[in-house]
Design a binder for this molecule. Sequence first.
Ligand code: PEP
Length: 271
Amino acid sequence: MKSDSGRVSHVSRQKENNMKMVAGNWKMFKTVEEARAYFVELATATPPQGDKVRVIVFPNYIALGALATTGSVPAWVLLGAQDVAAEVEGAFTGEVSPAMIRSTGATHVLIGHSERRHIIGESADLLHRKLINSLQASLIPVLCVGETLEERNAGKIEEVVFGQLDTALSDVQLCDGAQLVVAYEPVWAIGTGVNATNEQIEEAHHLIRQHLKQLLGTAIGGSVAILYGGSVKPANFASIAGLPSVDGGLIGGASLKPSAFAELIAIAEQV
Ligand code: PEP
């Protein structure tokens, strides 16, 4: 897949600069008015200085479309969609294409969030097509992978997570590691208040890093950012974001309040 726009290149080199990402997944929360008010408040926070932190927010589609014209989103925040169609265009009622997402100014898209895999029932093949489609539209996929507690207890982390990476990235060739982000989100840690231990995070991130190098080549696989997600909050983020294998966080609940999200951004700047 080729990067075809400056929009992708302006978000490149996050690994080389030791940049940390702070990504907020709003899930199915916030009306248009609430989304606007959120950014009005977030804009009063101190913006991250220099290149150290990249901030991305994933609102719902409706809010994303409205925010494109509102002017309330600070320039230091990138926007993304929480999902995307597996097709380019056509008779797919209710779906939203990568080009439509790009037309809002969004740069990123979540693919394979555990709620879509396990609640909506999205298949590995569908997620693969969403990822290919997104890359072709120069959207940066944030590919979410992670095991359930049952799978972890059965010693199947590698089987599950490598399988998710293998299918999603099959036949994918990148020309820059910045075209992709991977989020390790153990299902048992999402929205539960139970975050993985630092040891569990380091172990999983190292496995994912090695596997990405095998799949994408050493240079590109070595430069894809790997985020941790699962009950991240201001109280635990410094210790998680400070881990050498962690390039940032994908944050659900704690991203919903601008004050908490601003705290997470400030923490990422300091680690
Ligand atoms: C998420 O939505 O990806 C997530 C990690 O949620 P939470 O931070 O609420 O666990």
